[in-house]
Design a protein around this ligand. Structure first.
Ligand SMILES: [Zn+2]
Ligand SMILES: [Zn+2]
Length: 362
């Protein structure tokens, strides 16, 4: 089962600040329930940048060399002997966190809380990711892409699935008003998913004018530019309420993890509303919990996703979300260091930077 062409260029992080392109072995001895995949596109995520710049992300610490990459679309190259729902040549989106399938979380369907899945997130320590030419993956965590969903969209199924999960966590219903704090990839995905689920009016905040312009293209009804120099919570809460006709939002997706933004998120949510904490910042932030409690604002956690890929792919297939404006840059795998450096440039006008991992695709 060794490929005749044994090029398996991969982007490997060795330690903080040390990213290298190097050859790694193409997986052999495919398990009966696994598939060998040829990576098409891989999105760079904030967590990848965090590993590179800081060497860790929350409790995940890079201790040994690790192939990065977890937002992937790929071509099925070979299938294991038990695999019936996929065949070589199928296009798939990859769900990157692999649970044990045995623990009580898994058995209750909450496999995103499986302790094993926290140690088996492709591209997170210490589990090799998919910024590589070839990788193997369990077949049931590979989701077939319809013909009208592009490779680029396929690589964005992973972050879109987070937004689908967030929308489900808050039980967003038809006609509700929404505040999205932060117009990076996650904020954009929450905007798109909220609109697709019937949100009536979505207001977005960000410090970057370019991102807010793209948010409008994606359907944001109103955007609020945050000026960090003169930032104060009260002013921005008032601006959000003004944009929503004098009321707080029914549902807020906090997608920055920033303390000031988290405060705005809580104060700008209506009594009885919900705040989903989608963005990850410092492990502890100060937040107005008494205010939230007295106004019965529910604060809701969001951890990756579970059973959300089919819905995310459906939204793309039916044109219920338009993620195409989010792809601002594309690089071949050979230039992935340039891609990572682009993400660090100030005013880079980058939202989703994709790396194309093989040359011989259509
Ligand atoms: Zn990601
Ligand atoms: Zn489990």
């Amino acid at each position: 089962m060794v490929k005749t062409n044994d090029d398996n260029l991969s982007l490997v992080i060795h330690k903080k600040g040390d990213l290298r392109l190097e050859q790694t072995p193409i997986p052999t001895n495919l398990g009966p329930n696994d598939v060998l995949c040829k990576t098409h596109s891989c999105g760079i995520c904030g967590t990848d940048i965090h590993y590179w710049v800081h060497g860790f992300m929350s409790s995940f610490v890079v201790k040994e060399p690790l192939i990065l990459g977890h937002e992937v679309s790929a071509l099925v190259d070979q299938v294991g002997s038990n695999v019936t729902h996929l065949k070589p040549g199928d296009r798939v989106a990859i769900e990157p966190a692999l649970p044990c399938r045995m623990c009580h979380h898994c058995k209750e369907g909450m496999y995103n809380h499986c302790p094993v899945s926290n140690t088996q997130v492709k591209g997170s320590p210490q589990f090799d990711g998919m910024l590589t030419r070839y990788f193997e993956h369990p077949a049931d965590f590979c989701f077939k892409l319809p013909d009208n969903v592009s490779w680029e969209e396929g690589a964005m199924v992973e972050p879109l699935a987070v937004a689908v999960h967030a929308v489900r966590r808050v039980n967003l219903t038809l006609g509700q008003t929404v505040l999205v704090c932060g117009a990076g990839t996650m904020g954009m995905m929450c905007l798109a998913a909220a609109k697709a689920h019937g949100a009536s009016r979505v207001v977005m905040t960000d410090i970057n004018e370019f991102r807010l312009k793209v948010a409008k293209e994606l359907g944001a009804d109103q955007t609020i530019h945050i000026d960090l120099k003169s930032f104060n919570v009260e002013t921005y809460v008032a601006k959000v309420k003004e944009a929503l006709g004098g009321q707080g939002a029914n549902v807020t997706f906090e997608c920055t993890g920033n303390e000031g933004s988290t405060k705005v998120a809580i104060y700008a949510t209506n009594n009885g509303g919900k705040v989903a904490l989608v963005g990850l910042g410092p492990l502890e932030v100060s937040a107005p919990l008494v205010n939230a409690s007295l106004r019965e604002v529910d604060i809701i956690g969001v951890c990756r996703f579970r059973n959300c890929y089919p819905m995310a792919i459906y939204l793309l297939e039916k044109g219920l979300v338009n993620l195409k404006p989010l792809v601002t840059h594309k690089y071949p795998l050979e230039r992935s260091l340039d891609a990572f450096n682009k993400m660090l440039e100030p005013n880079n006008n980058a939202i989703k930077v994709l790396i194309q991992c093989n040359k011989d695709f259509n």
